[in-house]
Design a protein around this ligand. Structure first.
Ligand code: AMP
Ligand code: ZN
Length: 479
């Protein structure tokens, strides 16, 4: 099998993946900030990360992937305080929603999904190490990283730091720092807001220290791969390097992978621009989960993805074509025998599919390999050149492709129903159920059994079972 080549943002060239630990690839993936639902731009990056891990697994490698959930930042602390709930209570809803969305898109769960708030001590320990090395300075109760002490700063993003004047604002910190490039490792508490009492003082962690500390805790001081969207290269990942390498004296990450943005009308989809859709926005309009997954993976991760209604329709058609092809393979009766050309053709498609992915996850190339096979096999079938024993071979190839695509299972309705959308029985609210049961009770009382049976059936159609107990009360449960 060919080597796996990936484009390293740090070296700005393709590099061969050579895992540090024999047979195991260790990956850190920046996860969502859980103050709201994730939008499909975020899922562009999460789908790319899923394709990466599925491809490595398909090569027989073990994967140890860690994804963080950023469950503490200024917005979360403020929103939780405004709602009068704890940080955990505030973020829990969005954490669960994220897992549900992942499930709808067939995103495999990383081996570890870790919350920042469960790792405050690890961050404090890393900040202490940086303090000991003289890389930090205190200011008004906060602790800053002094960029001037780390000459390699800027190597990842190749950003021109000369233009950043002292005093200019490069982030939302409202604290005093010596140099505009310096960033907060630890932020002083603000009146009325949540803080942690720690050995480096009271306060809360900055964002960058969270990923540096958690990545090293679970994956060791040097990781094979670190992923995220391109907007994270600077300053987030640049700062992670500054926080880890001087502390350990080792390279932090061998290969940095960054996904280009999903854009709408020429602009990055983002919360702050207000031009975003969540998955649920699209599901509510009838879009299938598989169409979204297919669209997001069909454009190689280093190309911008222009999101349009048209591209969603095309994605839906492509998935349909693949599913219909598999259905034809399973249902049609072919003449006995085997055509050795078909096995050869399938083998070539499998090799091309794999080679595309090995070439910096070129999903467009890999998908073309599948559709070429589909076209050739359909032609062979139409000509009677496709025989009984060829079917399982081509089916096996389709199944192999789907270990990465994950769009062949016809489970869109099921996924939508799980989230309360789609064409299943309409969900009844508990109030509506109670109201129908009261109506049924009234019907029974006036001995209108036809009506009471109708209501029982109506509830049953909506997935609700009504039970009449001996003491005369009525209970209901979900089917
Ligand atoms: P956040 O929840 O903002 O921390 O972002 C989670 C992930 O989504 C990060 O890896 C971001 O880089 C990525 N991301 C945000 N917006 C987009 C977009 N429009 N296209 C692709 N990835 C994005
Ligand atoms: Zn991160």
């Amino acid at each position: 099998m060919t080597d796996i080549h990936l484009h390293n943002t740090l070296s700005n060239r393709l590099e061969t993946l050579q895992p540090l630990h024999q047979g195991e690839v260790r990956i850190y993936s920046c996860g969502p900030t859980v103050y709201d639902y994730a939008h499909i731009g975020n899922f562009r990056t999460f789908v790319f990360q899923d394709v990466l891990r599925r491809f490595l697994l398909s090569r027989g490698l073990r994967v140890l992937q860690v994804m963080n959930l950023t469950d503490v930042d200024d917005r979360i602390i403020q929103n939780a305080a405004a709602a009068g709930v704890s940080i955990r209570e505030y973020t829990e809803k969005y954490v669960q929603a994220f897992f549900e969305d992942m499930n709808a898109l067939h995103l495999q769960k990383p081996e570890e999904t870790v919350r920042a708030t469960d790792h405050i001590e690890d961050m404090v320990a890393l900040i202490s190490r940086l303090q000991e090395k003289g890389l930090t300075y205190p200011s008004e109760g906060s602790i800053y990283y002094r960029i001037a002490k780390f000459p390699e700063y800027g190597r990842l993003s190749k950003i021109d730091l000369g233009g950043m004047k002292a005093g200019a604002r490069v982030d939302n910190d409202r604290y005093d720092k010596d140099d505009a490039r310096d960033f907060a490792l630890w932020k002083a508490p603000k009146p009325g807001e949540h803080f942690w009492e720690t050995s480096i003082g009271p306060g809360r962690p900055g964002w960058h220290i969270e990923c540096a500390a958690m990545a090293m805790k679970y994956l060791g001081e040097t990781l094979d791969i670190h992923t995220g969207g391109i907007d994270l290269a600077f300053p987030h990942h640049e700062n992670e390097i500054a926080e880890s390498e001087p502390a350990t004296g080792k390279p932090f990450v061998k290969i940095w992978l960054h996904a280009e943005h999903l854009i709408v009308d020429g602009e990055k989809m983002s919360k702050s621009l207000g031009n975003f859709f969540t998955l649920r926005d699209l599901f509510a309009k009838g879009t299938k989960p598989s169409s979204i997954r297919y669209l997001l993976l069909s454009v190689p991760y280093r190309r911008q993805l222009n999101f349009t209604a048209d591209s969603l329709t095309q994605a839906a058609n492509s998935v349909e074509r693949l599913r219909n092809f598999v259905a034809r393979l399973k249902a049609e009766q072919f003449a006995a025998g085997s055509n050795p050309q078909i096995a050869k053709r399938a083998e070539k498609a499998l090799a091309d599919f794999d080679a595309g992915l090995a070439d910096d996850l070129n999903t467009a190339f890999s998908l073309a390999a599948i559709f070429d096979l589909v076209r050739d096999v359909n032609t062979a079938m139409d000509r009677g050149e496709f025989l009984q024993q060829d079917a399982p071979i081509v089916l096996a190839a389709m199944e192999k492709f789907d270990t990465i695509l994950a769009v062949l299972a016809d489970d869109d309705d099921e996924k939508l129903r799980e989230l309360g959308f789609g064409s299943g029985p309409p969900r009844l609210t508990p109030e509506k159920i109670d109201q129908l049961i009261a109506e049924r009770n009234a019907a029974k009382k006036r001995r209108d059994f036809k009506r009471s049976d109708e209501i029982r059936q109506e509830l049953l159609n909506s997935g609700i079972i009504v039970e009449d107990t001996r003491d005369g009360t009525v209970r209901w449960k979900y089917k």
